[in-house]
Ligand binder design. Structure first.
Ligand code: GLA
Length: 697
């Protein structure tokens, strides 16, 4: 348990204790691959497209970037037709000049491989490289993400352009790293014969025999039995749940191997110091992000709000999800310069909001934040997207907010050197479970991501630091692990979780947990499946709710909504914490939430979607029961605190996301890095940010 990580551990109420002195005895990571040697620990940058502008303009762009303290450009990710104007004829001289000029302005480059935008000569000469949509239509050239990720021919073209880029820039001192593709084609697949055969081969490699596949998918149901691998379709629309889940895994496999093709090529020619990342999209669920990020140096994501304003809890959760992919710091490869162009209402972020978002990213473990984009192309699909520089080439008002934030990053960067978030609490997120629930929601209101967010908000509010990790992660450093929707819970995973509990961990399971095996088949046990014995209770029956159901017990009174499970205790040692009130007759007076000590730890099962008040009570109870200490201490509502921990220091970022002025009392005097003064309290206006450095041991 993480007790050993702290000089002193205080296990008492999270409401009363102030524990900012819990300085860790060791840094959380041996090294931080997101921090580039020789560069500031935290960086800001922009997506720059020199290929769209006359070369005579570049110097002015870079001068303006340098004046704003932008230190990174991401370039080339859509420039294939410029880098390979005709098949096998490469032109990288312009790119090299752009990189050199950027370096003259103290700006390093991240090179994107341009494989999201194959040029017209390629797709027209080799139309089989274009995707076929689910309706059988071949995609026409002219947009992006139009190629088939499973086409061997397309992959060979991708390999060649990545190889040529790596040969040319793999030793360039001003190229710090690589981004593979761009957002991985949003996981779009080609519904063609090549892909279908690959899917069938993938299934054969997995199941070995058709008998096995037929048994796992229960294909005797609706006469789905397959006698030949070639009979198995790509699922379009509702299908066998086992087939649908395997298709998602095959999509993951396709994009992971598509990525690996380029990683292998780049690694062959590039210096090891150059990182390789990919720009992901938060909770985008087209593929499983844990395998796809495994071979990357670190994960990155594109943080866009779209319509409306930043929801700090959802945005924080998305950062924490990304940090959890590889359990290390990450980059925000793109974020919105005020407004986007693709949402229903492309409103502008309020003045100060983007700065708050940039600091929030740092607090949650980002070491770089890049705006998309520097300047809009004069034509093309994104003419009226937000930018830092207008079509006339001079800064728009938003540029000043970015410059202010980047100056702040540059001023206090050393405080963040070798620091990363450190949490005592983890939430488990599983793509398998997410997809399994999405396939069979049972009530359209069931939203496993909303449930995750409700657990996150309640637990984070009190613990002030939270990790989001794969259920298969090693969990021994957490005092509390909550799995709000662990629907797919095969035996190996159950064993892993039981080991955590046996060794002293507290596992909290939410509704619909432990229902399915890895083939998306129902487990022959009741929920929570292989954990029934340890819990000493099981789900007798579940109900999609038409209306809210009252709950009462140890956590007070409240309501269950959307989903309720009637639990039954099997052992006297299982404590019933909450019961349902009058409802549909079946639930009346029945257990809703139970807990049981097991090994050195504890398992708790919450069989309903709780209202906010009960969720807060649940979080308070679970954190206290597990001895979790808050990262900072008491805070006014509306202020988010994040903590990054490094050798001999912890750094807190305080952000006021409310619309009023708020005062925060620090647990003791700390150095306010942005002001350069020590203080015991800080006043934050709306969107106000403070960076408090604690070096007290
Ligand atoms: C995505 C893409 C960018 C750009 C932005 C616009 O994140 O990666 O190329 O299109 O959206 O918001």
């Amino acid at each position: 348990m993480c007790r050993s990580l702290f000089l002193r551990a205080i296990a008492c109420s999270v409401f009363i204790v102030v524990t900012a002195s819990i300085a860790p005895s060791a840094p959380p990571q041996a090294s931080i691959p997101t921090q580039i040697p020789g560069q500031n620990a935290i960086l800001m940058g922009a997506a720059w497209y020199p290929e769209q502008w006359p070369e005579s303009r570049w110097e002015e762009d870079l001068r303006l970037m340098e004046a704003a303290d932008l230190k990174v450009v991401r370039i080339a990710e859509f420039a294939w037709s410029r880098m390979e104007p005709s098949q096998g004829h490469y032109d990288f001289d312009w790119l090299e000049r752009a990189i050199e000029l950027a370096a003259k302005h103290h700006i390093v480059s991240v090179l994107g491989t341009p494989t999201a935008t194959p040029p017209a000569w390629l797709t027209q000469k080799y139309p089989d490289t274009l995707r076929i949509e689910a309706d059988g239509q071949r995609v026409t050239h002219g947009n992006r993400a139009h190629a088939s990720a499973s086409s061997p021919r397309y992959r060979e073209f991708c390999r060649r352009i990545a190889e040529q880029m790596a040969l040319r820039f793999g030793h360039n001192p001003n190229v710090v790293g690589w981004q593979i593709d761009n957002e991985y084609g949003y996981a779009q697949m080609s519904y063609d014969d090549v892909t279908r055969r690959q899917f069938q081969d993938w299934l054969q490699a997995k199941y070995k025999t058709l008998n096995n596949l037929n048994a796992r998918w229960t294909t005797s149901y609706w006469s789905q039995t397959y006698d030949n691998w070639e009979e198995i379709p790509i699922p379009v629309g509702a299908h066998n749940p086992g087939l649908m889940l395997d298709w998602k895994r095959f999509v993951t496999y396709t994009w992971t191997s598509y990525q690996q093709n380029q990683i292998d090529t780049i690694r062959q020619h590039a210096e090891a110091r150059q990182f390789i990342t990919g720009n992901l999209m938060g909770f985008f669920d087209g593929f499983d992000h844990y395998p796809i990020t495994a071979p990357l140096t670190f994960a990155s994501w594109d943080d866009y709000v779209g319509t409306g304003h930043v929801d700090p809890a959802y945005n924080g959760l998305s950062h924490d999800l990304t940090r959890g992919f590889k359990r290390q710091n990450f980059w925000v490869m793109e974020t919105q310069p005020g407004a986007v162009n693709w949402s229903s209402l492309n409103n502008f972020l309020n003045r100060g909001e983007a700065r708050a978002m940039a600091w929030q990213a740092i607090g949650h473990g980002a070491d770089d934040v890049n705006y998309w984009q520097w300047r809009s192309a004069l034509n093309g699909q994104e003419e009226i997207h937000g930018v830092l520089v207008g079509p006339d080439g001079t800064p728009v008002p938003f540029y000043n907010e970015v410059a202010q934030t980047a100056h702040e990053f540059a001023k206090v960067e050393s405080a963040f050197r070798d620091t990363a978030p450190l949490s005592e609490v983890a939430l488990l997120y599983s793509y398998d479970s997410h997809w399994a629930i999405q396939f069979q929601k049972h009530t359209e209101k069931y939203d496993d991501l909303a449930l995750l967010k409700s657990y996150y908000s309640a637990l984070r509010h009190l613990s002030q630091s939270l990790d989001v990790v794969s259920p298969y992660s090693s969990l021994e450093n957490y005092k509390l692990v909550a799995a709000p929707s662990l629907n797919v819970l095969p035996k190996d995973l159950a064993d892993h979780l039981l080991e955590y509990v046996r060794n002293g961990g507290h596992l909290v399971l939410g509704p619909r947990s432990g229902m399915k095996d890895e083939f998306n088949a129902l487990l022959p046990q009741r929920q929570p499946g292989y954990l029934v014995d340890a819990l000493g209770a099981r789900v007798e029956q579940y109900y999609a709710l038409e209306k809210d159901v009252p709950l009462a017990g140890a956590w007070g009174e409240g309501q269950a909504a959307i989903w309720a499970e009637q639990l039954g205790s099997l052992t006297p040692g299982t404590e019933v914490l909450m019961k349902y009130g009058k409802s549909n007759g079946w639930l009346d007076g029945q257990p809703a939430i139970v807990t049981r000590p097991f090994g050195k730890g504890r398992i708790t099962y919450i069989g309903a979607v709780l209202d906010d008040k009960l969720m807060a009570a649940a979080a308070d109870w679970a954190l206290q029961k597990s001895g979790v200490t808050p990262a900072f201490g008491p805070l006014p509502d509306g202020v988010e605190v994040t903590r990054r921990v490094g050798p001999g220091k912890q750094v807190f970022i305080l952000i006021n996301f409310s619309q009023g002025n708020l005062r925060v009392n620090l647990p003791h005097t700390m150095n306010l890095a942005l002001d350069g003064t020590p203080a015991a309290r800080v006043d934050l206006p709306p969107y106000g940010v403070s960076v408090a450095v604690d070096t007290r041991q």
